[in-house]
Design a binder for this molecule. Structure first.
Ligand code: FES
Length: 181
């Protein structure tokens, strides 16, 4: 014989069968559901708060005023600048470096000095054996003025997105080198 308070049981009402649940099961389901609902209401905003910054687009594309246009010559010159970055919850103002120069047509371009071998920093005309080239002191990679790799590195120096406005050179994101094929 079944116990009404503890177990589900099947009853027959005029040929129709239905399952009945005990009071304890009813309370368990109801309280469980209510607890889950309330916990969800508290936890979901916390999860959103924690994860949301990761879903935001990284702050990119901003341009920074770096140098006076009139000061740029055909000789690559190093400039440093700070750029505000927001990555998830983390905000920072790292320092960047760029070699800015004019090409033979007078067009201004900027290269990143990060060596494309293993990430050391290259210098312009920094080794007498490689005049008028970028040279990396770590393993000897060297590059032309346009950033084309001549040894060791597998790719050219990267370039900065550039904008000239009101006599100033603005630099943006680091992009692939468009000057060398
Ligand atoms: S990191 Fe520049 S040559 Fe290796």
């Amino acid at each position: 014989m079944s116990n009404h308070n503890e177990h589900e049981e099947t009853t027959n009402h005029g040929g129709l069968t239905r399952k009945e649940i005990s009071r304890r099961q009813f309370l368990t389901y109801t309280l469980g559901g209510a607890t889950a609902f309330m916990a969800g209401g508290a936890v979901i905003p916390m999860i959103r708060f924690a994860v949301d910054p990761l879903l935001q687009k990284k702050d990119t594309g901003a341009f920074v005023k770096v140098a006076e246009e009139s000061k740029i010559t055909e000789e690559p010159t190093e400039f440093t600048f700070q750029k505000h970055q927001v990555d998830g919850w983390y905000e920072s103002d790292p320092t960047f470096s760029a070699y800015i120069a004019r090409d033979s047509k007078g067009e201004i371009f900027a290269l990143s000095p990060i060596c494309q071998h293993l990430g050391c920093t290259v210098g312009w005309n920094s080794d007498k054996k490689f005049p008028n080239e970028y040279h990396c002191p770590c393993h000897g990679a060297h590059y032309t003025k346009d950033g084309k790799q001549l040894a060791v590195a597998r790719g050219p120096l990267k370039q900065y997105d550039i904008r000239i406005e009101n006599g100033w050179v603005y630099l943006g994101d680091i992009i692939e080198n468009t000057r060398v094929k």
